[in-house]
Design a binder for this molecule. Structure first.
Ligand code: 5GP
Length: 189
């Protein structure tokens, strides 16, 4: 059976990555398996264990690190986030395309192991707009938003780094962005 393709989607918190990502995952023509990450951050009200994330304690996450259960993992704003490797490999072997939505440190690790991954960065139109979206979303405290904005500025520096991202798409308008990325994925897989 033909092995599936790995799509790695990255973009700062508040770039609209969640909204765009959902549209991509729900498009049946891509046959995507969404890789559910593990995290130590607190569950948000609308999130479901095992669907959005596996919510782990820090000791449990550290145990998984020791047991080499992650394709990649990183610390992001005081919490751990990581991609469990087993399900990714299993799905790729089954011929399913796998969709990862992760931050930059994780992307850099993942592309070392998965050299044929398709990497896409989603840029916000501006930092100001990103900050406004985070405030509007209202899921983080003021301090956390500040940390996320700081991290966003770091991540954006890699948007045009071709060693990391094959594509950089600016999210000026969700519908246009979705259609641009769908074209990219259709071409690639
Ligand atoms: P959030 O707390 O908003 O759900 O996610 C914070 C950041 O962590 C986002 O940029 C998200 O893409 C990233 N993230 C989610 N899962 C993973 C993962 O498994 N690994 C890495 N490295 N980052 C992740």
């Amino acid at each position: 059976m033909k092995r599936g393709k790995l799509v790695i989607f990255c973009g700062p918190s508040g770039s609209g990555k969640g909204t765009v990502g959902k549209e991509l995952i729900n498009d049946p023509k891509f046959n995507f398996h969404f890789s559910v990450s593990a995290t130590t951050r607190e569950k948000r009200e609308n999130e479901i264990e095992g669907k959005n994330y596996y919510f782990l304690t820090k000791p449990k996450f550290e145990k998984w690190i020791m047991e080499n259960k992650f394709l990649e993992w990183a610390e992001y704003v005081d919490n751990y986030y990581g991609t469990p490797i087993d399900s990714v490999n299993k799905m790729l072997e089954k011929g399913k395309n796998v969709f990862l939505e992760i931050e930059i440190l994780g992307v850099k690790q993942a592309i070392q192991k998965m050299t044929d991954a398709i990497t896409i960065f989603l840029s916000p139109p501006s930092i100001k707009e990103l900050e406004e979206r985070l405030i509007l979303r209202g899921t983080e405290s003021k301090e956390e938003i500040e940390q996320r904005v700081k991290r966003a500025k770091e991540e954006i520096k890699f948007a045009n780094n071709k060693e990391v991202f094959k594509y950089n798409v600016i999210n000026n308008n969700v519908n246009d962005t979705v259609s641009k990325i769908k074209d990219i994925i259709s071409k690639e897989i």
